[in-house]
Ligand binder design. Sequence first.
Ligand SMILES: NC(=O)C1=CN([C@@H]2O[C@H](COP(=O)(O)OP(=O)(O)OC[C@H]3O[C@@H](n4cnc5c(N)ncnc54)[C@H](O)[C@@H]3O)[C@@H](O)[C@H]2O)C=CC1
Ligand SMILES: O=P(O)(O)OC[C@H]1O[C@](O)(CO)[C@@H](O)[C@@H]1O
Length: 352
Amino acid sequence: MMEENIVIIGAGQTGRGFLAPLVKQNKHTKITFIDKDEKRIQMLREKKSYTISYYDATTEDVVITDFDAYTLFDKKAIEVIANADLVLVSVGGENLVDLIETFKEATKIRTKNKLRIVCCENGVHVKEPLVKANIDAYISEGAVFCTTLASDDQSLTLGSQVYPNLPYDIHALDQPIALDGFKAENDFASLIQRKIYTYNCLSACIAYVGAYKGYTSYAQAANDEDVSNMMDELLVQLDDAIRQEYQISLEEQQTFSAYAIAKFKNTYIVDTIARNARTVQRKVGISERMVQPLNLCRKYGKDTSVLEAMIAYAFYYGVHTENESLTELIAISGIADDEKLYQNIMHVYHTL
Ligand SMILES: NC(=O)C1=CN([C@@H]2O[C@H](COP(=O)(O)OP(=O)(O)OC[C@H]3O[C@@H](n4cnc5c(N)ncnc54)[C@H](O)[C@@H]3O)[C@@H](O)[C@H]2O)C=CC1
Ligand SMILES: O=P(O)(O)OC[C@H]1O[C@](O)(CO)[C@@H](O)[C@@H]1O
């Protein structure tokens, strides 16, 4: 089946800047954006086009045109989802739960083959709320490796890394997606876990230690000597724990993490500390980018001091920048269940 009608829910940085051009390289496709942000939808409807420029001197700008756009609250949104050949979602993992009713309404009136949804979020098992809600659809996940940044809230313009594809979980769908740029992944569970516990773990180190040191530019923080040394120290432990857990060679894992480090230190890729540090509540969760790598390191007898320090810096950011309660963050991370770990992390926290 050649997918034609593609719905992108979440017309933000990834939806507009990475997923839309990926879809649009397939000339026969038609995109409809759905977002809860009425201002953004109004802008898309009025301007009817927007530009993505690339952090790469040799790649030309891409202009996206010929799309529809509806707010999530518009009845038309349910209708377009009901008629979609493929729905791509990129709203932030914590917001997926807010889409359950819309999907249920859409599947009720759908007359063709079962709906296919791909959740393109950072996180492990992000689709769970949709699966548990018994939505009558194939629900898959995609791994977004591409960094995309909106210029500002007042325009639709974006800057993006050049990244060729979206790996997705083929086993959760009835058949492969027949579009260029979509890469069927046979062992998606391992890929997304390795991605979150390597890329996003390093990203947390840069973001939370970088924020504490006063950086606003992500690449500058990644190149800071202390941050850089912390990441090197971390990887000596983490790469070996990950290769044992996912039964791959150390060389394969080291190549994967080296690519992440090179990307984050690349000063041509424009990114901010604020974007990478945001929503600390989500990032200190038990199956997330810091606590789970820490658990893996413990499982394989590795030193966890860098990860403990990172969690302390993340708590500090949560309390001082996002006005979160420390008690709540500790509860979300589950660290209070382990006296020694709790003491180590709190010891670092109180030195900040
Ligand atoms: N921007 C990037 O470089 C990367 C982002 N990601 C992941 O992609 C996902 C999206 O991130 P961004 O695009 O950066 O965020 P964003 O904040 O730029 O865009 C999210 C969009 O979703 C909309 N939204 C939120 N809840 C909604 C709902 N219930 N219904 C409809 N629309 C809703 C928001 O209004 C916003 O326009 C996240 O899971 C993020 O971790 C992953 C890798 C890189
Ligand atoms: O919103 P989150 O989960 O911090 O994701 C942003 C990060 O994810 C990444 O894809 C990491 O691979 C980077 O682009 C960025 O550092």
